[in-house]
Design a protein around this ligand. Structure first.
Ligand code: RP5
Length: 164
């Protein structure tokens, strides 16, 4: 199976990024985790991105806060699909990172999830791998069915409490 590369701009992003790692673990998808900054370690971020395809990655997740250029910088150096997680920092509530990540110019797309939306980033990466992996696609279907059952159970409890 292809690997998912998870990159964060700083180790201070880890509390958010851990939700993506947990989801990859849950689905048994192989992954690597790195701290590479578009601004503080541009050489290492570029080198990782340029070599990721040949190293067996199938999708990359890049999380960063503030002037969040990491996902775009990674995407500039690879044709692998890149998923950006805008991380909420101490100021502007993550809107700065959201706009920096999502507003990519034509030609270099970044699939941007919600602010701090790490679990969805992992699920999207898994869906990308599942295009050519039927067992993984089936795991996704089972997971969604389980989520549906949970909501229906909650609905039943609410209905029993409020509806006569
Ligand atoms: C970004 O700046 C990082 O992704 C992080 O979200 C933010 C703050 O980094 P630290 O100053 O905590 O290392 O590049």
């Amino acid at each position: 199976m292809k690997k998912v590369g998870v990159i964060m701009g700083s180790d201070s992003d880890l509390p958010v990024v851990e939700k993506a790692i947990d989801k990859l673990k849950e689905f048994g998808v192989p992954y690597e985790v790195h701290v590479y900054s578009a601004h503080r370690t541009p050489e290492q971020a570029g080198e990782f991105s340029r070599t990721a395809h040949e190293k067996g990655f199938g999708a990359l997740i890049a999380a960063a806060g503030k002037a969040a250029h990491l996902a775009g910088a990674v995407a500039a150096n690879t044709v692998l699909p890149v998923i950006g997680i805008p991380v909420k920092s101490s100021t502007l509530d993550g809107l700065d990172a959201l706009l920096s990540t999502v507003q990519m110019p034509t030609g270099i797309p970044v699939a941007t999830v919600a602010i701090d939306g790490a679990a969805n980033a992992a699920l999207l990466a898994i869906q990308i791998l599942a295009v050519s992996d039927e067992a993984l696609a089936e795991k996704l279907r089972q997971s969604r069915a389980a989520e549906s059952r949970k909501v229906l159970e909650k609905n039943a409890a609410i209905e029993a409490k409020f509806n006569s």
